[in-house]
Design a protein around this ligand. Structure first.
Ligand code: NAI
Length: 330
C-alpha cells in the first residue's frame, strides 16, 4: 500500500482533507495515510510550528497532501508553508488553471499553467528594520534557482504538449535581479526549439490576463510575481475554491490547494474541497495511479455538471453534501 503524508492543516483544512480522504477511499484506492499535524496548534506541545517529524515523514514517503495552515500576519511564527518549501527544496510551484464544467466564469477555455519559483526572491524573508521609520527587504535571485525553474517549465511544456512558455519579469526596472532571471530564460530556452518563447512585463501580463487570458499557455515567474499572478489566474477559473497546486522538488513533492485556511468559514461545513481534491488528483497522477485519478476527476466533473456546487461557486451544497455527491458518482 502506498504511504503518503497527510497534513490536515487548520481552519477549513480538517474539513476538506476529511472530504478528500473519503473520496479517494471510495474510489477503491488504498492509501496508508501518515497523518502529521503542523501549525499554531502544535506550538504549545512541541515548541515549533513545523516539527522535524513532519519533514522526516515527507522525506520518507516522498509525497504529501497538504491542507492549508494559518500564518499569523505581520508578527508571530514564520509560515509553515514557506518553511516546508525551503527545507525540502521544493523549488517548483505548479498551478494549473483550467475551467471546470458548469463553473461560470468571465472567460471560457482558460488553460494556463503557472510555474512559480519557490525558494528565493523577496520571499526569502531577508528583512531588517533600519530605524523606526524604515524597513528593508532584500530580493535574492540566483542563476541556479532561475535556471532550474525555467528548465522545469520547459520540461513540463514538452511533457504535456504545451505550445509556449512565457517568462514574466520587471526586468526594465529591476535590471540586475529580474534581468538575471530573464537571462537564464533566454539561455535555457535555446535547448527547446519546439516550444514558442515569449517575454512579458508583469504589469502588462496582469492587464492582458483580465482582458484576454486565452492567449497564455505556460507562464514562468520569480516567486513573488508567481504568488500574485497565480491567485489572479485562480480568479479566472472560479476562485480559490477550485485552484489546485503542487510544490515539487528533486526528491519529494507536496500537493496543496492555492487557498489558505479560510478562518471566516471554518467549521461551518461550507468549504469547497475541490481545490484540495484537484491537487490530490494531480498527486495520484504523479505517483502513477492514473486510472484512479481519472475516475475521481470524472466523478467530480459529473457532480459539477449536475449543478451540485458549494456556496463559493453560487451553489447551496454543504461540504459534506458535495462530497457525498462525488462519492455517489464513483
Ligand atoms: P484564504 O484563501 O484562506 O481565504 C480567502 C477567501 O476565500 C475567504 O473569503 C475564504 O472564505 C475563501 N475561500 C478560500 N478557500 C475556500 C474554499 N476551499 N472554499 C470556499 N471558500 C474559500 O486567504 P486568507 O484569508 O488571506 O488567509 C487565511 C490564512 O491562510 C492566513 O493565515 C494565510 O497565511 C493562510 N494561507 C495558507 C496557505 C497555505 O497553507 N498554503 C496559502 C494561503 C494562505
Amino acid at each position: 500500500m502506498t504511504r503518503i503524508t497527510l497534513i490536515n492543516g487548520d481552519g477549513i483544512g480538517p474539513e476538506i482533507s476529511d472530504a478528500v480522504v473519503k473520496i479517494i477511499d471510495a474510489s477503491g484506492l488504498k492509501i496508508d495515510w501518515d497523518v502529521q499535524t503542523a501549525g499554531a496548534d502544535v506550538i504549545e506541545k512541541e515548541g515549533v510550528p513545523l516539527p522535524n517529524r513532519v519533514l522526516t515523514s515527507i522525506r520518507a514517503n516522498k509525497v504529501a497532501l497538504k491542507a492549508p495552515v494559518t500564518t499569523p500576519i505581520g508578527k508571530g511564527f514564520r509560515s509553515v508553508n514557506v518553511q516546508l518549501r525551503k527545507e525540502l527544496d521544493l523549488y517548483a510551484n505548479l498551478r494549473p488553471c483550467k475551467n471546470l464544467p458548469n463553473v461560470k466564469t468571465k472567460f471560457e477555455d482558460v488553460d494556463i499553467v503557472v510555474v512559480r519559483e519557490n525558494t528565493e526572491d523577496l520571499y526569502a524573508g531577508i528583512e531588517r528594520q533600519v530605524d523606526d521609520d524604515t524597513a528593508e527587504s532584500i530580493k535574492v535571485i540566483t542563476r541556479k534557482a532561475s535556471e532550474r525553474i525555467v528548465k522545469f517549465a520547459f520540461d513540463y511544456a514538452v511533457k504535456n504538449n504545451r505550445k509556449e512558455v512565457c517568462v514574466v519579469t520587471k526586468a526594465n526596472i529591476m535590471k540586475l535581479s529580474d534581468g538575471l532571471f530573464l537571462d537564464c530564460f533566454r539561455k535555457v530556452s535555446e535547448g527547446y526549439p519546439q516550444i514558442n518563447k515569449r517575454e512579458i512585463l508583469v504589469d502588462n501580463l496582469c492587464m492582458q490576463l483580465v482582458q484576454n487570458p486565452n492567449q497564455f499557455d505556460v507562464l514562468v515567474l520569480p516567486n513573488l510575481y508567481g504568488d500574485i499572478v497565480s491567485d489572479l489566474c485562480a480568479g479566472l477559473i472560479g476562485g480559490l475554491g477550485v485552484a489546485q497546486g503542487a510544490n515539487i522538488g528533486l526528491d519529494c513533492a507536496v500537493f496543496e490547494p492555492v487557498h489558505g485556511s479560510a478562518p471566516d468559514i471554518k467549521g461551518q461545513n461550507k468549504a469547497n474541497p475541490t481545490a484540495l481534491l484537484m491537487s490530490a488528483i494531480e498527486m495520484l497522477k504523479y505517483i502513477g495511479e492514473n486510472s484512479y485519478a481519472d475516475n475521481i476527476e470524472k466523478a467530480l466533473f459529473k457532480t459539477l455538471e449536475k449543478g451540485i456546487r458549494t456556496a463559493d461557486l453560487g451553489g447551496n451544497a454543504s461540504t459534506s453534501e458535495f462530497t457525498d455527491a462525488i462519492i455517489r458518482e464513483l
